[in-house]
Design a protein around this ligand. Structure first.
Ligand SMILES: NC(=O)c1ccc[n+]([C@@H]2O[C@H](COP(=O)([O-])OP(=O)(O)OC[C@H]3O[C@@H](n4cnc5c(N)ncnc54)[C@H](O)[C@@H]3O)[C@@H](O)[C@H]2O)c1
Length: 701
């Protein structure tokens, strides 16, 4: 079966691109289009050809299912198809609706005419994968929409609605009504005497080009640190202006191939795939039935409960919030309203939308009011006794089949499940703060969690516009379990000679959105203090610097108290280095008898990141994470890990695990080093010896 359908309407051949969901230009579809074109050319009765997409769009570009497979480069390639269309003596008309993106738009640009439905999204988003459009997009788009618009579109990758490009030469007509009928009528009116017109032949007249490109380079260089693609996009578009078409195409090709080889593009493509792959859960087949989530309930209207409630309301799902006391309930609802109103003031929501969302939120003090909810998410205090009370009550009151979820960050989800007589319905849904903003949602699979419950919360995460990643049960799950050794290394470096601002600066320069100390001040030092105290009791052998305790003992909990590892001015979030903290650190070093040494930014980065990597390897080997990419995704979406580095394990792969293991061994011998900490995890040691990488190896059996 071909992915392109051929039909005729009078003297017009219609080739329908039919490769759901977005008519990705996979091999079969490319073959089908080529065959359709040949058939039309061979038929003397046919005077013109219309290319149109089945379903909701023209074409979303390359078929991502084909990436990294031989089919991606198999003939006919997109380049061959484009050449064949350009060479066609009969005019080819692209009829665009929905989306024309990437290769889809490049295909349309090779056609002799383009007509579009209003509201079609037009984009060349390759830059988002660290690439540039490699099938003529950088050469043809400037010829039809102008150099500046084209450059903006190519450098940003942003989609532009077809109406905004209405007056450009991109479209010969914007058609209301039935697109196919309109396109066929348009084709029928083309004069047979007029030779087909090609975008490549449109001259570019741009007198001030050099000044403009210089300005663009300066602007883009400042905002694209760590990302080579945007500057290469400028070079490619500059070639469209300064070189003959074929030379420009060759330059585009060369730049594209260079970008394909960059670590940054490989990292971005890894992240792109990870995002799609994470929803595929080994052991949970794709046809697992999903429980219907029409209504939700949240227990606890505090920091997290409030944010979680907003997620449901934002997705249009009615949600009931339950608290024990009226006062706490009122406070929680008022905080939600305030948050929505702040969004409205910033112009992100209309007043009507605020009311609509508030209208979906129902306050409650009684379990009877939530009993019929399809899912309930518990977000009460992080104490097992409190959770027990809640889950016993839920077990008594919730309707059969309701999903009982907990937002716990550190407690044992299996133990929580055992408070009920339906552990198969219990699952962890670990949101990150602020819950209505952060993309990451760890889905914690208990030993009894039913496959359909897991599949349902994974589907729900998409509805809530979150990135769901499955984690097994362990202390801290994937993300926080890894952050613990990371933070411990940061603390040891304070003891050894660095200051919080030096460590943060090194990590931020490397690409982290926030260094460990700024992050701790934001999250609240009291939270980790509370967790540490438990850990001291559980594992007295664990080597943990006590320096953070000192900060907490004098009430420096972070931004919320105006002082933490930094000091803060009232109402501001700027972290100001504080000599009082330096004094405290210096005194502490004396107390423990450490002579400070200078720690280089490279050592800071390696120690923090390899601490993540080593723990990540253990998490992978234990099966807590299903795949290396799940761990990477957790860090990319929940911890401000730089996308151009692809996540901690992908980054370790790019360094090479042999080198990573050697560096760990070196850290073990540091003065004041911790050989136990730096023992490479068995998986790191094995892969280092075998020359393997985490991401090639996939899930470890
Ligand atoms: N704050 C974070 O950054 C964060 C991040 C992820 C997960 N979590 C987890 O989310 C949960 C809630 O944390 P939080 O920061 O929102 O706490 P919080 O103290 O801000 O809110 C807890 C709320 O639960 C209410 N509550 C307490 N007992 C209750 C009961 N029996 N029934 C109904 N309501 C009850 C309290 O009145 C309070 O409003 C905890 O398990 C925590 O570990 C927190």
């Amino acid at each position: 079966m071909s992915a392109a359908n051929y039909s005729t309407q009078g003297a017009v051949a219609v080739i329908t691109l039919d490769n759901p969901p977005v008519n990705g230009l996979g091999h079969e579809l490319r073959n089908g289009i080529m065959a359709g074109l040949d058939r039309a050319l061979a038929d003397a009765a046919i005077k013109a050809v219309v290319l149109i997409g089945a379903g909701k769009s023209f074409s979303g570009g390359a078929d991502i299912r084909e990436f990294n497979t031989p089919k991606a480069g198999a003939e006919p390639t997109l380049h061959s198809l484009i050449r064949a269309i350009e060479a066609s003596p009969k005019p080819v008309i692209a009829a665009i609706h929905g989306v024309a993106m990437g290769g889809g738009l490049e295909l349309a640009l090779a056609c002799h005419y383009r007509v579009a439905a209003p509201g079609a999204q037009i984009a060349l988003p390759e830059v988002k994968l660290g690439l540039l459009p490699g099938a003529g997009g950088t050469q043809r788009l400037p010829r039809v929409v102008g150099v500046e618009t084209a450059l903006n579109m190519i450098v940003s990758g942003a989609a532009v609605p077809s109406e905004r490009l209405k007056s450009s030469a991109l479209f010969d007509a914007l058609l209301d009504g039935d697109l196919l009928a309109g396109a066929v009528a348009f084709a029928g009116k083309l004069s047979p005497e007029k030779p087909p017109r090609l975008v490549r032949d449109i001259p570019i007249d741009y007198p001030n080009a050099e000044g403009f490109f210089q300005f663009a380079r300066t602007m883009v260089a400042t905002v694209s640190k760590g990302y080579p693609a945007p500057l290469k996009c400028i070079e490619a578009v500059a070639a469209a202006v300064s070189k003959p078409f074929e030379e420009g195409l060759a330059i585009e090709r060369e730049l594209f191939l260079q970008l394909m080889q960059t670590t940054e593009s490989k990292a971005l493509r890894h992240a792109f795939f990870a995002e799609r792959a994470a929803s595929k859960i080994p052991g949970v087949s794709e046809d697992t039935p999903i429980r219907n989530i029409r209504t939700a309930a949240v227990i606890g209207a505090g920091t997290m409960g409030g944010g979680i409630t907003m997620n449901f309301a934002n997705a249009g799902i009615p949600v009931t919030v339950l608290e024990v006391k009226q006062e706490a309930l009122d406070k929680g609802i008022a905080t939600i309203r305030k948050s929505y109103e702040a969004s409205a003031q910033k112009g992100k929501l209309t007043a009507a939308q605020v009311e609509e969302r508030m209208g979906l939120i129902r306050p409650a003090l009684s379990y009877a009011d939530i009993a019929q909810a399809d899912i309930v998410i518990e977000a009460v205090f992080e104490e097992m006794g409190v959770k027990e009370g809640v889950f016993r009550k839920l077990d008594e009151t919730m309707k059969p089949g309701a999903i009982l979820a907990t937002n716990t960050s550190t407690l044992d989800v299996n133990a929580i499940a055992r408070f009920t007589r339906r552990p198969q319905d219990v699952v962890g849904t670990h949101f990150f703060s602020p819950a209505h903003v952060m993309k990451l949602l760890e889905l914690v699979r208990g030993s009894a969690t039913a496959p359909d419950v897991l599949a349902t919360v994974m589907a729900l995460s998409k509805k809530l516009k979150k990135t769901g990643v499955v984690s097994g049960v362990c202390d801290g799950f994937i993300g926080n379990r890894m952050i613990d050794p990371y933070a411990r290394q940061a603390m040891f470096m304070l003891e050894e000679g660095a200051l919080p601002q030096q460590i943060d600066a090194a990590m931020e320069k490397w690409g982290m959105a926030m260094g460990p100390f700024r992050m701790a001040d934001l999250a609240g030092n009291d939270v980790s203090w509370y967790i540490r105290k438990r850990r001291y009791l559980e594992n007295p052998q664990l080597k943990i610097s006590r320096i953070a305790d000192r900060i907490c003992e004098i009430g420096r909990f972070g931004q919320k108290t105006g002082a933490g590892w930094y000091r803060y001015q009232a109402g501001k979030r700027d972290a100001i280095p504080d000599p009082a903290v330096e004094d405290l650190i210096v005194a502490y070093r004396k107390e423990i008898g450490v002579t400070p040494r200078r720690i280089s930014p490279e050592e800071i980065v390696d120690r923090c990141i390899y601490a993540l990597v080593n723990e990540g390897a253990k998490i992978l080997e234990e099966g807590i994470a299903l795949r290396a990419l799940d761990i990477d995704l957790v860090y990319l979406t929940g911890y401000g890990f730089p996308p151009f580095r692809g996540g901690p394990l992908f980054y370790a792969d790019t360094v090479g695990l042999y080198t990573v293991a050697r560096t760990m061994n070196r850290f073990a011998t540091n003065p004041h080093g911790d050989p136990e900490f730096w023992k490479p995890a068995p998986l790191v040691a094995r892969f280092a010896a075998e020359g393997k990488s985490f991401n090639e190896a996939g899930r470890v059996p």
